[in-house]
Design a protein around this ligand. Sequence first.
Ligand code: GLN
Length: 449
Amino acid sequence: MKCDIKSFLDAEKPDDYQERLKEEIGALNAKFHMLTAAVNSIGSGFPFSVKDNICVKGVEASASSRILSGYVPPFNATAIERLPKESFAFIGKTKMDEFGLGTFGINCDDHPLNPFDEKRVTGGSSAGSAAATAVIKHHVSIAESTGGSISCPASFCGVVGFTPTYGAVSRYGLIDYANSLDKIGIMSRSAGNIKYVFDLIRGEDPRDSTSVSTEISNRHSKNLIVIDQLMDGIDQRILKSFDRFLSKLQSLGYSIEHRSIPFIEKSIPTYYIISMAEASTNLAKYTGFKYGHKITDFSKGYNDFFSDARDSFGMEAKRRVVLGTFVRSAGLKGRYYEKALRLRSMFIEKLSETLSAGLIISPTMPSLAPKIKDAGSLDPIATYSMDSITIPPNLCGFPHISFPFDYIDGMPVGAQAVSGHFNDYSVIDFAGEWEEQFEYKFNYNAGAL
Ligand code: GLN
């Protein structure tokens, strides 16, 4: 499996390498806006960026929200703390949809642009992580997914994006979106780099009681399962190309099986009810007092003070606070929130059964990266529906990976492979095997040695 971390660390680098990398990143950042700010000096280790909702000591972490602007954490997230300082060099925080709320990466100021076509979105919410990976040759990004925020931008930007089993990587130091769904994961240009970093950052952490030390396995059968309902609504060009991809996999010795999962199409409302309920409680702590943007005018009454403070939230954050509060309100929670929890349990059971027979495979997204103007004019329900394929594994906490399998009209197309809990290596190895067969394209190679 390709991994350039060890060879990078061993390589003799030109004297001006760090200076040149910094300049190249600066120029690309001016063009694609993937970083919140590039760092002043880059160390000599393997370059890594960090999604802006993950804490790096002494570096502003705003989760791309105005309400958190100016918040500088005095500590590292566990995933960052576990990267050895002598081998990894921090290059900057990456832009994202505010608090992770979004699918296109456009719910923030000065959003990133897609390195394959600047008129198109990068996908979200780990938008800047995907764009940075697509333009910097030797690089990993520590990103995060709640409902598809790693797979989606990985697919739109033509990179590899891995989301581990829920609990495999500590969430300590992550600015929560929805605690029962958030996972810290990794993006890079190869599955080998991802495996290397995953082994460094995973494992139990006393500071996150949901993290576990469970052994990670690689139960890898040659059976691939296509869930037919997940194919509904996918762009015809992607479906045709996916068929060719499946034929290629068959020629590599894989068998393809088709199955259906009862009510799987209900995973979208199930996910959005649970995630909004949790988001509305998590966002309650941003009141203009303790974190980030402070309100100092105390002349107004209590209600006006809080309205002013919470006006710094973007449109999508406000929408989710209102809907999340609604679905968990005393009289209604049985109709929405509790029903969604029951459905989630059912999906975990049914999909676990299916995953004991092989990996689930599909295109990652139903379309190519949309144009920014088209994405911005979609209504919320149409936007949420874009997550139809990435939601099931995220809702159930299953490990999954997205990797490029074709290019259509110059834009990358990603496939997503899903496996059962703690069988994370099987999807990483599967993507690694594919990389031997298919060459990824990148238009930019900042930091090439
Ligand atoms: N698009 C999904 C949402 O807005 C997923 C985002 C994420 O994984 N953070 O909730």
